[in-house]
Design a protein around this ligand. Structure first.
Ligand code: C2E
Ligand code: CA
Ligand code: CA
Length: 437
């Protein structure tokens, strides 16, 4: 009957599948699996080879699906490259096997003249007996499982699980809240001072992002940076951080408290952006504060550093931005990083700082790092300094600046401004000139 047929492929259409599902659901003795499938590279095929080729791929896929899921299974095209298969059986293991076999078949290439395309497919699966009280729920769970299958790398079948449900629901909520939050200006900058060991004065400050979410409270970057990255909005956030922290530094200077240096964490992606240098030049007006970029060595200097990044680093230096290698001592390419970037500062990672008093090897390592930095004329900042003993030890070893909870945690703007005012009144050197090299 034409009313239930997809004219392009001859499969069943959406209307049929929906009615069939309603019928199955109304029959308590029925048990079935819902397989939600879609092609992994359909858009690409359509875009590069045209709609004609796309249609042909859909027809071939339909034929293959019919072979993989013989009657009494029902196969429907729901639209685009999206298919639903209703398998009227109750054995999950068998259904999963069937799906995996289908994935194999669907990944075989189709030729268009000289060109071979491999459509590939992912499947999300839910079962009537375990995964839902109604059809709606079953469908949406097969859909969630499909989403997961794609996230896990495509060309795979994924069965819905309750854990998957709670995880994906949480992720979706996070994604929504974060996108809204960024639009609504909920991202703010907190500031953590860096203390010069010899003078005890504030030698610099690191800008650290925070998300002040009405529902979640103040959220730290490790809770949302991943999501921001996968949503493609980390650039936007980094841009906001740059402009608002520079504006803040300028206000501080105007009120008589010049911050000698402002350090900003810069993601690898952002360094690859074409306009990063222009952005810096436009925003960095008040040159009384030195702008510095913290680069994470593990991401940035693993040997795959692109030409764009290298070029941008050179140009950033030309316009006066200093460069710091962050988390030094944790990565695999520490020395390489130093040779490549020739930074102005390196930041000794807090895992080294945490062990400096208890682990002799660690102390030796830090000693060497500082010695090497001296030879290369690179300043050394220690991060994660939590006790006065650590502070004294690091200062003794010749570390120039210290940052950590022992001095102050990251603070919101107003609190940080107060801190700087009070600190200026009473300088508290960590080391004497004599003991610090
Ligand atoms: P990071 O660059 O290593 O930043 C230092 C982290 O150590 C901060 O965590 C800070 O709150 C924490 N910290 C400071 N003092 C101490 C201490 O004494 N002990 C300990 N245990 N921790 C201390 P936070 O703010 O949660 O930031 C985490 C990471 O997120 C940062 O690590 C940085 O990689 C990234 N991040 C922060 N802000 C930005 C940003 O604006 N842009 C980008 N791209 N990344 C950022
Ligand atoms: Ca940092
Ligand atoms: Ca760090």
């Amino acid at each position: 009957c034409m009313a239930y047929e997809d004219p392009l492929t001859g499969l069943k259409n959406r209307r049929f599948i929906e009615e069939e599902l309603a019928r199955l659901a109304g029959d308590p003795s029925s048990s079935f699996g819902i397989l939600h499938a879609d092609l992994d590279r359909f858009k690409q095929i359509n875009d590069t080879l045209g709609n004609g080729a796309g249609d042909e791929v859909l027809r071939v896929v339909a034929k293959r699906l019919r072979v993989c899921f013989p009657i009494p299974s029902e196969i429907g095209r729901m639209g685009g490259d999206e298919f639903i298969v209703l398998v009227k059986a109750s054995n999950p293991t068998l259904i999963l096997q069937q799906a995996n076999a289908a994935i194999e078949v669907l990944s075989q290439s189709i030729s268009f003249g000289e060109t071979l395309v491999e459509p590939g497919a992912s499947f999300g699966i839910s079962f009537s007996e375990v995964h839902g009280e109604n059809v709606h729920q079953l469908l949406s769970r097969a859909d969630l499982a499909l989403y997961e299958a794609k996230a896990l790398g495509r060309n795979r079948a994924q069965i819905f699980t309750p854990e998957l449900h709670s995880r994906l629901t949480k992720e979706k909520a996070l994604a929504n809240d974060l996108q809204l939050g960024v639009k609504n200006g909920e991202i703010e900058v907190w500031y953590q001072p860096q203390i010069e060991a010899i003078s005890g004065s504030v030698s610099g400050v690191e800008a650290l992002m925070r998300w002040r979410c009405p529902k979640r409270g103040v959220v730290r970057p490790d809770q949302f940076m991943h999501m921001a990255e996968s949503l493609g909005i980390l650039h936007e956030i980094d841009g906001q951080i740059l402009s608002s922290s520079l504006a803040f530094a300028s206000r501080m200077a105007q009120s008589g408290h010049v911050l000698p240096r402002l350090s900003i964490n810069v993601s690898f992606d952002r360094l690859a952006e074409g306009h990063i240098v222009e952005e810096v030049q436009a925003l960095w007006q008040d040159r009384r504060t030195q702008l510095s970029f913290e680069l994470v060595e593990t991401v940035t200097f693993d040997g795959t550093t692109s030409e764009v990044v290298t070029h941008n680093l050179d140009r950033l230096r030309e316009v006066g931005v200093s460069l710091e290698v962050d988390d030094f001592g944790t990565g695999h390419a520490s020395i390489t990083a130093l040779l490549q970037v020739e930074p102005d500062f390196l930041k000794i990672d807090r895992s080294l700082v945490a062990n400096i008093l208890v682990d002799l090897k660690c102390r030796r390592l830090v000693t060497h790092v500082i010695g090497m930095a001296e030879v290369m004329n690179i300043g050394v900042i220690a991060e994660g300094v939590e006790t006065s003993e650590q502070a004294f030890c690091l200062a003794d070893l010749g570390c120039h600046s210290l940052q950590g909870f022992h001095f102050a945690p990251p603070m919101p703007e107003a609190e940080f401004a107060t801190y700087v005012r009070q600190r200026q009144g009473a300088r508290l050197p960590v080391a004497s000139r004599r003991s610090s090299r």
